[in-house]
Design a protein around this ligand. Structure first.
Ligand code: F6R
Length: 359
């Protein structure tokens, strides 16, 4: 049932092009997003709510929403939201993200949002799940069943759905023209092929993992939209390879964390956005000067000099706004091969359950 793959996780990583295609295609009509959740032109603020990987998807989605629609968006950790005193206006939109649709904290957050009288939209992968049933509107993602405990393809489809939502909001708010929206939607339709291309980094990820497998800590750094990708990369490495890994906005390192960098400390630097590239390179130089062993992930077009990093993974050439969807593939593969090298139980990591139905 693993389709020839050694683990469900690897199989699910490889299913991502299909999952993204199955999720995006039914939501496009004449080349424009068609979410079927009514007119979004009156939405004044977006609250995105989820846990773990779903919350990370929300952080990437927030950037797309603010960039294209210029609608303020916030991301809430569901367990904090539910016991907090969130400020929510009647014209806001609450977007609840959950693969399983059964996460206790996320479900409670949805109920609180409904109680506050705000419109709720759920991005869910399991048909008929509690969150899907209770939200005002459901956007199903079509990753298919995710068996491995660590979430991979569900994250990719959440990103794709959030991209569609960002474009729909932007269009409904008149921030981008139908023509511009069509161009962006055409990018999105090509995303499955781009993800397919990223899977070709498999062997290089395995090689990089072999170089770092004996390390017990790792730092992920990135600026802008690469920061949430860093968080997702670090979470994968923690949960399946048991490496203590942390993500930092690259500019934050020097405000304390850099004291932890010594000879051979692994630093995984993500730099997919051209306008921030040189800034991240400066941070890489700072950690390299203290002995860090740097793995750099960047776009093909980036100007990478020989000595900037110890290992480099070049991502396929894709529009920069879609980079998080492509970047996550080598991050997943890196964590996977690290876990394999370290002899971990990849599909069933210790202490974790697939669906967290208790708080
Ligand atoms: C990480 C992971 C978890 C889940 C989180 C939310 O790989 O799987 O962080 O993303 O427990 O689960 P759902 O999306 O089912 O609400």
């Amino acid at each position: 049932e693993k389709g020839g793959f050694a683990h469900f996780m690897l199989k699910e990583i490889y299913e991502q092009p299909k999952s993204v295609r199955d999720t995006v295609n039914p939501r496009l009509l004449n080349g424009l997003p068609s979410l079927g959740c009514g007119d979004l032109s009156g939405v004044e603020r977006v609250h995105i709510i989820g846990c773990g990987t779903a919350m990370h998807a929300g952080l990437v989605g927030r950037a797309a929403i603010e960039r294209f629609a210029r609608v303020p968006a916030e991301v809430h950790v569901a367990s904090e939201f539910r016991y907090g005193d969130p400020i929510i206006g009647k014209k806001d939109l609450a977007v609840i993200i959950s693969q399983s649709g059964e996460t206790a904290d996320t479900l409670a957050a949805l109920r609180l949002a409904k109680q506050k009288g705000v419109r709720t939209m759920a991005i869910v992968n399991v048909v008929g799940s509690s969150i899907a049933r209770e939200a005002d509107c459901v956007l199903y993602t079509w990753a298919g069943p995710e068996i491995a405990v660590a979430s991979t393809k569900a994250y990719s489809v959440q990103l794709a759905m959030l991209d569609l939502l960002a474009l729909q909001l932007a269009l409904d708010h008149g921030r981008i023209s139908p023509h511009e929206t069509r161009v962006l939607c055409a990018d999105l339709q090509k995303l499955p092929d781009m993800v397919e291309e990223a899977l070709k980094l498999d062997a290089s990820c395995k090689e990089a993992a072999a170089a770092y497998a004996k390390q017990e800590i790792a730092f992920f750094i990135g600026r802008g939209v690469d920061y949430p990708s860093s968080m997702e990369g670090a979470l994968k490495l923690k949960e399946i390879a048991y490496v203590e890994s942390e993500a930092y906005a690259a500019g934050e390192l020097k405000h304390g964390t850099i004291s932890l960098i010594v000879e051979h400390t692994p630093v995984i630097a993500l730099a997919t956005q051209s306008k921030l590239f040189e800034k991240t390179v400066s941070n890489i130089k700072e950690v390299k000067a203290r002995g860090a062993e740097v793995l750099l992930l960047c776009g093909k077009g980036a100007h990478v000099t020989e000595d900037v990093a110890d290992h480099v993974l070049m991502l396929p050439d894709v529009p920069e706004w879609l980079m998080p969807s492509v970047l996550v593939v080598p991050l997943q593969l890196f964590a996977y091969y690290m876990a394999a090298e370290r002899g971990c139980d990849i599909d069933q990591p210790r202490n974790l359950a697939k669906s967290v139905t208790v708080e």
